[in-house]
Write a protein that binds this ligand. Structure first.
Ligand code: ADP
Ligand code: ADP
Length: 224
């Protein structure tokens, strides 16, 4: 990923907010990068753009060598479904679907056959050690278990990139460390990870911390 001079401006009736102000950085394939910064500095805006959920107003965004700053919605959605997995602070599981069905959903969107879906979902649930809960609903699980399901859902389509937004924000430290270990394992198997976090502890699982202020990257810390 290479973003250069990325700009995003929110306009409401009378106010103009510059959320990203010529933001530039690069993330290499296989890297694990943490993004930190005070509330309002543009982290969510950035994740939405990196996740192909929103458009920048200016600048360049190379993903896998493709300039996608000006992709239309359909092309963005296509690229997103194939390449990106999301993990959120609030898990964002669908309460009306079982664990199995939640994890299966991205594969349905990709048009994978039922037989292949079953095989792949079971493989991932097994890896996340949540297989015994496959027929439970999210509300029947503890927070740590729900986040393991959410990580399973994020990786079921073998994405190149995982975007994590405060993935341990709703977990106690032991469940939080478990989720960070899962992300570390995925990264060691080759998945690129970009994680927004307020936790200096969690950020130390990454290779590099990009610190943001007022829509710009102001500092980088190399961890390892
Ligand atoms: P962070 O995730 O770091 O807290 P955000 O990306 O959410 O920062 O917000 C960056 C700036 O953009 C803030 O000043 C915020 O108030 C503003 N902002 C975010 N979303 C909107 C929106 N939909 N409309 C107007 N302003 C917004
Ligand atoms: P925590 O210590 O994280 O708060 P809980 O007390 O919520 O965990 O849950 C303890 C165990 O009981 C977990 O394995 C959880 O999945 C299970 N559990 C909690 N509520 C239900 C429920 N309504 N149905 C089935 N299992 C449940």
């Amino acid at each position: 990923i290479k973003i250069s001079n990325l700009e995003k401006v929110y306009r409401t009736e009378d106010v103009e907010t510059v959320a990203l102000n010529k933001l530039s950085f690069e993330v290499k394939e296989g890297e694990f990068v943490a993004i930190m910064g005070p509330s309002g500095c543009g982290k969510s805006t950035l994740l939405n753009i990196l996740g192909l959920l929103d458009d920048p107003d200016g600048g360049s965004f190379l993903f896998n060598g493709l300039e996608i700053a000006h992709y239309n919605e359909r092309k963005r959605a296509d690229l997103r479904k194939k390449n990106i997995g999301f993990v959120f602070q609030s898990f964002n599981l669908i309460d009306e679907l079982t664990v199995f069905e939640n994890v299966e959903l991205p594969l349905i969107y990709l048009g994978i056959s039922a037989t292949d879906r079953k095989k792949r979902v079971e493989e991932v649930l097994d890896k996340m050690q949540i297989m015994h809960r496959r027929n439970h609903y999210p509300q029947q699980l503890s927070g740590g278990q729900q986040q393991r399901v959410a990580v399973a859902r994020a990786v079921v389509n073998n994405p190149k990139l995982i975007l994590a937004d405060e993935p341990t924000g709703n977990l106690d430290s032991s469940n939080g460390n478990e989720v960070m270990q899962l992300l570390t394992d995925l990264n060691e198997q080759g998945t690129t990870i970009i994680m927004v976090t307020h936790s200096e502890h969690d950020a130390r699982y990454s290779h590099r911390i990009i610190r943001m202020l007022d829509g710009q990257a102001v500092l980088e810390n190399i961890i390892a």
